[in-house]
Design a protein. Structure first.
Length: 344
């Protein structure tokens, strides 16, 4: 029987919770979503809160704490920090169990209101003057290209594991390098969330879908506004149609005074890089961290990439790679994920 080390430390943790009126006795663990942090929903007589255990942790150098305090001061839609401890214990305002993704699947009309509210809030973030912790890091060429090399490394490992060649051609690698070079020197650079997808946008009260809360913002950095927007609209977790993506792209442009065409093709270039980056993350989480449920995001990511390639008028070498991944290799990836989920 595996003993949860948290349960062993409960004698230390309970006083931290008790001073705020909470108890770990009826705590409910939350999905980790690929993070090293662990989360629980804890209860008190007055309601619920989110307990986060973050290690290693130093209060004064914690990106989550610094950025969260800055955003709260700016009136941004983020959870309040109720209490924290230098041992990496944080008690956060509970933003609810309903994400934009889950709300949209259940109630399209309410979901559309929430999408509009999320894009309104995103536009506000893009106008913020970033604090030092964010202003000093960028989606420059080095960062963008590192994300592509991370994908290439995952494909190389899987090629050996599956005994089939999943690696991108030299031509595709050089094209993606040129994309990263172009994006890395483009303007404007704005405050970007960095992980802006529909499961990181919470709806505290589904009866009021226009009130939204952004979570998981600790990796914010300076980048093109299209990084966040394409991350949301081409999110493999969601099932927006092409027409809806175009609608909200036009809406974002209208509220930020960006005219179609003035940014060239950078929206689709950024979308291409961003969803390739997501694909690398799904492969890593599924096959190296052995979290096989992430395999379900691989096919949607490939389908999003097919649309991006077509709308962005990108070279055939990009489309053929994506198409081959979906039609020739996806079954093998799913079979391997199944073996990880159910070892003999």
């Amino acid at each position: 029987m595996t003993i949860d080390p948290l349960r062993q430390r409960l004698s230390e943790l309970q006083p931290f919770l008790s001073r705020n009126g909470f108890d770990f006795e009826k705590a409910a663990a939350l999905a980790d979503e690929g993070s090293a942090r662990r989360y629980w929903r804890v209860q008190s007589a007055g309601g619920s809160a989110i307990l986060c255990l973050d290690h290693p942790f130093q209060i004064e150098s914690s990106d989550f704490v610094q950025i969260g305090r800055f955003l709260k001061k700016e009136g941004a839609a983020v959870p309040s920090i109720i209490d924290l401890d230098e041992r990496g214990w944080l008690l956060l305002e509970d933003a609810g169990a309903e994400s934009l993704d889950s709300l949209y699947r259940k109630d399209r009309q309410a979901g559309e209101l929430a999408y509009t509210a999320a894009i309104d809030e995103l536009a506000r973030w893009h106008r913020l003057t970033a604090p030092i912790v964010v202003a000093g890091r960028f989606f420059d060429f080095d960062k963008l290209w590192w994300e592509m090399e991370f994908l290439f490394a995952r494909l190389d490992r899987l090629s050996g594991r599956l005994q089939r060649d999943l690696r991108p051609s030299f031509e595709l690698q050089m094209f993606l390098r040129s994309v990263c070079e172009h994006l890395g020197k483009s303007e404007p650079r704005v405050f970007t969330h960095r992980d802006f997808h529909a499961r990181n946008i919470m709806i505290p009260d589904p009866s009021n879908p226009q009130r939204i809360v952004f979570i998981d913002f600790q990796d914010a950095r300076m980048g093109l506004p299209w990084y966040d927007l394409s991350s949301l609209l081409y999110d493999p977790y969601s099932d927006l149609t092409m027409e809806q993506r175009r609608h909200w792209l036009d809406y974002y442009r209208s509220i930020t005074d960006r005219r179609p065409g003035e940014d060239g093709n950078r929206y689709y270039l950024q979308a291409l890089q961003r969803i390739f980056k997501a694909l690398g993350s799904y492969l890593f989480l599924t096959f190296e961290k052995e979290k096989p449920f992430y395999v379900h995001s691989i096919e949607p990511a490939l389908r999003r990439l097919e649309e991006i390639v077509l709308l962005g008028h990108f070279p055939d070498t990009v489309f053929l790679f994506v198409k081959d991944m979906r039609t020739l290799h996806l079954d093998a990836l799913q079979d391997l994920a199944q073996r990880i989920a159910s070892p003999a």
